[in-house]
Structures are given as structure tokens and as C-alpha cells.
Write a protein that binds this ligand. Structure first.
Ligand code: SF4
Length: 268
């Protein structure tokens, strides 16, 4: 009997690649183990994404940088900050970020889609995900992904991102328009990292994703057949364990990384 396609998002594949134990706790353990408290840097990212999404819904004459800042303030997510003062300071910092970013956009250049759900199938995968923005330039689609982390992104980050490549593949097929260019827009630095894919590079990302999916399927089958959970979904401890939502359930992760306060991921 043919095997069912592996249904996945980019986060699901990345979780297994980063740490199989974290994957198991996120996607398999039921009830899922309780997560740690929310992170302030996640609140910044969510607020910025929401503001930029809504900005494109504003009628064109009012689609100004000031309006972007207003949208950010209106839907500010306050979770994870040390106190009200820190939250307010970051709200203004994030408002300045979206105002600066939208000041560099042409408000009349309507994207083909914003926050668009895309999906496609390969021989082994049923892939779906949400693209921050799909531009149409010179007859081709461009995948735009907003980033708000500390570190500016590079061309290698854009080229190496399986998520962006699979978005490009799915968007191109769904909208029947060529889609090869992917862009990481890093708002704190105002930089854009660009990669142009080819059929071959997209195919390499598909193969990589299928290989991860096949490892996940094998590990899941072994777990269900009674194998030891820590043997088939081994922890992958490292410095990033400080930011893992499940570190309280993971002695190996806690042993190699310090505890962090929920606001310590902010680029102060
Ligand atoms: S703390 Fe580290 S090793 Fe443990 S589950 Fe999280 S990412 Fe994996």
C-alpha cells in the first residue's frame, strides 16, 4: 500500500532538524508538556508582522508610515516584557521600525498577497505554510519574509532556507506564476538578503525536506512500536537550549545553557 504523504509546515521540519526531542514534545506528546513563559522577542515579532499585514488593508491614501506605526501601537503584544516601561519602550522602538520600513515601500505597489496560505505536494510531502508577503515584479512572484531578530541576515541565509524555497515552489504552482526569488527583510537593520533559486536548487530543498520527513516517519514508527523515546528522538543540546520552550523538561538542555529571563532575547 502506498505510504501517506507526510503533512508538514516549515516549522515542523525545522523542529526535527534542530532537536528531535523538541520535535517530539511539540508534535507527538499528548498532552503536550507545558511550555515556558512567553518570550518578549516573540511579542515584538508578532506585533510587527501583524502591523505590516494590516497596513496593506488600509485604503491607499491613508497607507502612510505613520499609519503603520499606529497599527503597531494598536495591536501591541505585551507578553514577556520585564515591566510596563520596558514594554512601552519596545513598542515605540518597534513602531519606529515599521515606520522606517514602510517609508521605503511604494504604498501603491499592491503585493499579490499578504499572509497567504500556500500548499503543494511532492512525492513524499503535503507541504503547507503561510508567506508573509508575495510581491509580483516583472511578471514573477517574490517571496518576502519579515525578520525582527538581533542578527542581520545574509544571502546564504536566504539561499539555505528550506522554508523560503518550499514557499516559492508552492506559491509558483498555486498562482501559476514563476517564483524563484526569495527575500529576507530584516527590519532592525533595514537590510534585505536575496536569493534567486533555480529548478535545481528548489529540487535540492525538496529532497532535503523529504529526507527529514522520512527520518521523522521512521522515528515516529519506532516510538509507536515501543522504542525508547530518548533513543529515537534524542536531545540535541547546545547554546540555543536557553530559548527552548521545553527546557524545563530537559536536563541535557539545561546542563549546557543558562536560564534566560523572558526579555533577554531582546537586542537591548
Ligand atoms: S532544551 Fe535543547 S536539547 Fe532539550 S528539547 Fe530543548 S532544544 Fe532540545
Amino acid at each position: 500500500m502506498p505510504r501517506r504523504l507526510f503533512s508538514c509546515t516549515p516549522s515542523r521540519l525545522a523542529a526535527f532538524e534542530d532537536c528531535p526531542r523538541r520535535y517530539r514534545m511539540t508534535y507527538l506528546d499528548r498532552p503536550a508538556p507545558p511550555k515556558g513563559p512567553p518570550w518578549a522577542h516573540t511579542s515584538v515579532g508578532v506585533s510587527v508582522h501583524n502591523a505590516l499585514h494590516r497596513w496593506w488593508d488600509v485604503p491607499l491614501p491613508a497607507r502612510t508610515p505613520e499609519r503603520a506605526g499606529g497599527l503597531l501601537r494598536m495591536a501591541w503584544v505585551t507578553d514577556g516584557f520585564r515591566d510596563r516601561e520596558q514594554s512601552a519602550a519596545w513598542r515605540e522602538r518597534a513602531a519606529a521600525m515599521v515606520e522606517g520600513y514602510t517609508a521605503g515601500l511604494d504604498p501603491a505597489a499592491e503585493p499579490r498577497a499578504v499572509e497567504r496560505q500556500v500548499a503543494t505536494r511532492t512525492e513524499q510531502l503535503a507541504f503547507h505554510g503561510r508567506v508573509d508577503r508575495l510581491d509580483q515584479r516583472a511578471g514573477e512572484l517574490v517571496v518576502v519574509d519579515y525578520k525582527t531578530g538581533r542578527r542581520p541576515l545574509t544571502e546564504a541565509d536566504a539561499r539555505g532556507s528550506s522554508a523560503l524555497a518550499l514557499y516559492a515552489l508552492a506559491a509558483g504552482r498555486m498562482l501559476r506564476t514563476p517564483c524563484r526569488r526569495v527575500e529576507l527583510h530584516h527590519l532592525p537593520s533595514g537590510t534585505v538578503a536575496v536569493a534567486e533559486h533555480t529548478d535545481a536548487s528548489l529540487q535540492r530543498h525538496v529532497q532535503r525536506a523529504e529526507s527529514v520527513a522520512s527520518d521523522i516517519t521512521e522515528a515516529t514508527d519506532r516510538l509507536r512500536a515501543g522504542a525508547d523515546a530518548d533513543a529515537v528522538f534524542a536531545p540535541s543540546p547546545g547554546p540555543l537550549c536557553s530559548w527552548c520552550d521545553f527546557r524545563r523538561h530537559c536536563p541535557q538542555g539545561r546542563a549546557v545553557s543558562p536560564d534566560r529571563e523572558p526579555w533577554e532575547g531582546l537586542a537591548e
